[in-house]
Every structure is written in C-alpha cells, then in structure tokens.
Design a protein around this ligand. Structure first.
Ligand code: HEM
Length: 90
C-alpha cells in the first residue's frame, strides 16, 4: 500500500541505474518504478528503456509514446515516490 512506499531522492534513483545486474529504477510523473522485470519485455527494446534507468524518464517517454499507460503496466513494481533531497532527509 501507499504507506509502505519509500521516499526516493534523485541521488538514490541515480544509484539504481541497473549497472552490473543490479535493479534499474526510473521515475515517471513522480512515482519511482523498478523497471528491471520489464526490461526484456519492452516492445521498444531493452536499450531504449534503459536510457531512462537511474533517472526521470517522463520526458523521453512522452516524446515516444504518450498513449502508453505505464502506471497500470508497472503497478506491481512501484518502489516509492520521488522527493527532493531535502524532503528525503526530513
Ligand atoms: C514501444 C512501454 C519507456 C522507447 C513501447 C510500447 C510499449 C512501451 C507498451 C509499444 C507501444 C505501441 O506499440 O503503441 C514502455 C513503458 C516504459 C517505456 C511501460 C516505461 C516504464 C520507454 C522509454 C523509451 C521508450 C524511456 C525511450 C527512451 C520506445 C520505443 C518504442 C517503444 C522506441 C517503439 C516504438 C515503435 O517502434 O513503434 N514501449 N516504454 N520506451 N518504446 Fe517504450
């Protein structure tokens, strides 16, 4: 549920960039997702999806396919909400 979502600052998001088999996280519209399980299934290819790994992919996503409902597709992989560094340390 919402109560268990962690508050993810940009620095933590950047850390989870999928390097060396580690989980890749991306944020879309303020929510942070673990995109790792979806990588092999992305119709645009793993490389394209990985361009947003460790960062906010909203702009890239909206440039390519604004009609895709990522929130329903990735609802099982939500890890948290994106907050500023200062909010995260409060
Ligand atoms: C295609 C999902 C992120 C690039 C697609 C399609 C889906 C999808 C469902 C097929 C769309 C269709 O045929 O109408 C997602 C999800 C994402 C994501 C759930 C995020 C979690 C991205 C990002 C990029 C990207 C960040 C680019 C950097 C592409 C490309 C295609 C594609 C190039 C192929 C378009 C085509 O050839 O028709 N994606 N995508 N996607 N996606 Fe993504």
């Amino acid at each position: 549920g919402v109560a268990s979502l962690i508050r993810v600052p940009p620095s933590l998001l950047k850390h989870n960039n999928g390097r060396k088999g580690k989980p890749a996280w991306s944020s879309y519209q303020g929510k942070v997702y673990n995109i790792t399980p979806y990588l092999p299934f992305h119709p645009g290819g793993e490389g394209e999806l990985r361009r947003a790994a460790g960062k906010d992919g909203t702009k890239l996503f909206m440039e390519v396919h604004p009609w895709v409902n990522w929130d329903s597709m990735l609802s099982q992989t939500v890890v948290g909400i994106l907050v500023s560094e200062t909010q995260a340390s409060q």
